[in-house]
Design a protein around this ligand. Structure first.
Ligand code: ZN
Length: 145
């Protein structure tokens, strides 16, 4: 048996893979369903302008939602690619095993929980620095007056 750095058993790995394939199929099937709906809406050429506006709003909301789905689909494909190349389950940051529990909850995770928390903390402190910087500037400006 080849030793994977992810420390996942073949069973765990195939479970995660089938879960990913399932979500992928769901997104693609939902896309096909939406296209059918769009087609039946287009057939109704007697729609009055108010309805048309409502349809446009719906379409733009659907598009925004679709963009998020497409992003997720890309992530799924990337993760499936990693599984095929036995490059799955390692943290992008520290190279440690991400762990089955985390992967089970979020199969597309590419950081271990420690690094993820660290990067979130960095993000927060960066926001804080930016805020305190602008606050410091304001205080200086007030002091000059
Ligand atoms: Zn890590």
């Amino acid at each position: 048996m080849s030793k994977r750095p992810s420390e996942l058993s073949n069973n765990q790995l195939s479970n995660l893979k089938s879960g990913l394939l399932e979500s992928k199929e769901k997104i693609i099937n939902a896309e096909i369903g939406k296209d059918k709906e769009a087609y039946s809406l287009n057939k109704d050429e007697l729609a009055d302008p108010v309805d048309e506006a409502a349809v446009n709003i719906q379409a733009s909301q659907a598009l925004r939602f679709r963009n998020r789905e497409v992003m997720y689909l890309k992530k799924i494909n990337k993760t499936l690619d990693k599984i095929d190349h036995e490059d799955f389950g390692c943290c992008n940051d520290c190279g440690c095993a991400i762990g089955f529990e985390r992967l089970n909850a979020r199969p597309t995770a590419d950081m271990c929980i420690t690094c993820k928390e660290e990067s979130e903390m960095m993000e927060k402190s960066n926001q804080f620095h930016r805020k305190s910087k602008s606050l410091g500037k304001t205080i200086q400006e007030i002091g000059r007056r």
